[in-house]
Design a protein. Structure first.
Length: 543
């Protein structure tokens, strides 16, 4: 057989082999490709990657809601492994504090900060339930569905508390559910067809019809907490009377059929012709269980992979949490009238999240391993351009993050341990300081602290609540530095590692040593040095 014939046979054989499909790039690479392409179109140069100290503090605050301890900082900064950032991200995602911090954030998504009548104690069951979802890495679509289908006792089961805040108000529940889970704002369509968006009153009340049969029953107190039972009636409709401006007194509305947003109406089975809703619950307390649940049908549609809004809203909200700004802002207003800054990126994020079964830990790890997340907050341009993510954004610490970081930096936890105060007393100390923090830093409805550097905040930073953390007592940073026999240079390094999670520059070391070594009794100056670092902008911001 000549060479030509052999080559022909080889070509035929090769054509029979299965084709190799090129694997899609990791999501972290897709993130960088989309962001870099958008910046290139705008001719914007990005900042350099952040250094290890900047990354360390940022990722601790973002994942755990607090700064690293000095030992954790030293171990990471001195580690020369090439993959240490990815290793740290993976480790922090499994840290017990991860579930606590993320549940704090999402609790505020669902309730806001300290909503009237629903204080921290009333939400303990809900917060425990939410922590468990993050601890077990329950897929987001699954726990969103569980939350929307929740029924039973609020204290024992936790999740049903979400609906209590909308007791007997299906219209309010409709606004909240669509905004928090779909990123769609329907409030304008409650009274009239939206003037700038696609939503009509029929759309609004079609969704409200799913929640019209929601039943919230006050069952008194359980374990010293106010308790409710959540259920659903078999009967009950939303009556639609037309636009508010056209309503007339005494006009009777028409029942609205449940209709999925931008989709088909619900087909529900008919009840027997002689069916009557019981006026009293069988045991006097528990609400009824329906033969067919509209609420469950709505939850299944909302958390479906086929729902065009659900994955997009989740991806945008989580992106904003870690990048400092949503691809759509506000994060709960996904609308043709409010287009995304990076539409292809948002679709890639939403698609990847759904394809990976709404695995939040995987999704967060991909974002944090991207170069976009790891850019420095310092840039060559004097004016930041946050729309293009050309550098990391300065974000004020929330009240929770500030308090927990103060406790670590000041050594206040060790003070309480040394004084043998038990856990409830420690929590009470935190509670008192927390009350002052909320009073000083406000209660923003979006659940994110918003420090603006006003007079009230500055007065708070100078009051006794902060200075109490710096007291010279066994276990505190102040006490450790006062009693240390190390050189002033070594003590200044310890001071910076414990407060700012980095080593000081040569110039900073020189200035602090000169300040501290200029007094025979340095305790007062140590107090001032610690207070300066605990209240400086570098400490109070995530960057």
């Amino acid at each position: 057989m000549n060479l030509h014939a052999r080559l022909s046979l080889l070509a035929v054989a090769m054509s029979c082999l299965p084709s190799v499909v090129e694997a899609a790039p990791p999501l972290r690479d897709l993130v960088d490709q989309h962001v870099q392409a958008a910046r290139a179109q705008q001719q914007i140069a990005p900042a350099e990657l952040c250094d290890d100290a900047e990354f360390l503090r940022r990722v601790y605050l973002d994942l755990l809601g607090l700064i690293p301890t000095p030992d954790e900082a030293v171990n990471f900064l001195d580690d020369e492994s090439a993959d240490k950032r990815g290793v740290l991200i993976a480790r922090l995602l499994e840290h017990p504090r991860f579930a606590v911090h993320q549940s704090d954030i999402w609790d505020q998504v669902y309730f806001g900060r300290n909503p009237p009548g629903f204080g921290t104690r009333e939400r303990e069951g809900f917060q425990r339930w939410l922590q468990q979802q993050f601890r077990d890495n329950v897929p987001y679509d699954r726990w969103a569905r569980q939350l929307l289908q929740a029924e039973g006792n609020t204290v024992e089961q936790g999740a049903p508390m979400f609906y209590v805040q909308y007791k007997n108000a299906p219209e309010d529940a409709t606004q909240a559910v669509t905004q928090k889970f779909l990123g769609v704002q329907l409030q304008c369509a409650r009274c009239h067809d939206h003037p700038f968006d696609q939503w009509t009153q029929q759309d609004f009340y079609g969704v409200a019809a799913f929640l019209a049969r929601l039943e919230v029953v006050d069952v008194g107190t359980r374990n010293k907490q106010k308790a409710f039972e959540i259920g659903e009636k078999n009967l009950g409709d939303v009556l639609f009377t037309g636009p508010a401006a056209q309503q007339t007194p005494g006009k009777k509305g028409e029942p609205i059929q449940p209709k999925f947003l931008g989709a088909e109406a619900l087909e529900e089975p008919s009840l027997p012709s002689d069916f009557k809703e019981p006026r009293n619950f069988p045991n006097g307390k528990s609400p009824p269980k329906p033969q067919f649940s509209r609420k469950d049908a709505l939850a299944n549609w909302i958390a479906s992979k086929e729902n065009p809004y659900f994955a997009r809203a989740a991806a945008n909200r989580i992106w904003a949490q870690f990048m400092g700004k949503g691809i759509v802002e506000p994060v709960d207003n996904l609308s043709p009238a409010n287009p995304p800054s990076h539409p292809e990126l948002l679709e890639a994020l939403a698609t990847s999240l759904a394809e990976h079964d709404f695995d939040l830990k995987w999704f967060i790890a991909e974002l944090l391993n991207s170069q976009t997340y790891q850019l420095s907050s310092a840039g060559a341009n004097a004016e930041a351009k946050p729309l293009w993510y050309e550098r990391a954004r300065y974000r004020p610490l929330s009240a929770e993050e500030l308090l927990e970081s103060w406790v670590i930096a000041s050594g206040y936890d060790r003070v309480l341990e040394a004084s043998k105060q038990d856990s409830p007393e420690r929590l009470n100390v935190r509670g008192v300081t927390w009350g002052y923090l909320i009073g000083a830093f406000g209660e923003p409805n979006d659940g994110v602290g918003n420090f603006q550097g006003g007079l009230h905040e500055h007065l708070y930073l100078n009051n006794g609540q902060v200075r109490q953390l710096i007291s010279d007592r066994p276990g505190s940073l102040h006490h450790a530095l006062t009693q240390s026999d190390q050189s002033w240079e070594q003590r200044v390094e310890q001071l910076f590692l414990q407060t700012l999670s980095r080593r000081p520059s040569d110039d900073e070391t020189k200035k602090f040593v000169e300040f501290l070594d200029s007094d025979q009794d340095p305790r007062g100056r140590l107090h001032d040095a610690i207070w300066t670092l605990l209240t400086c902008s570098e400490f109070r911001f995530n960057h």
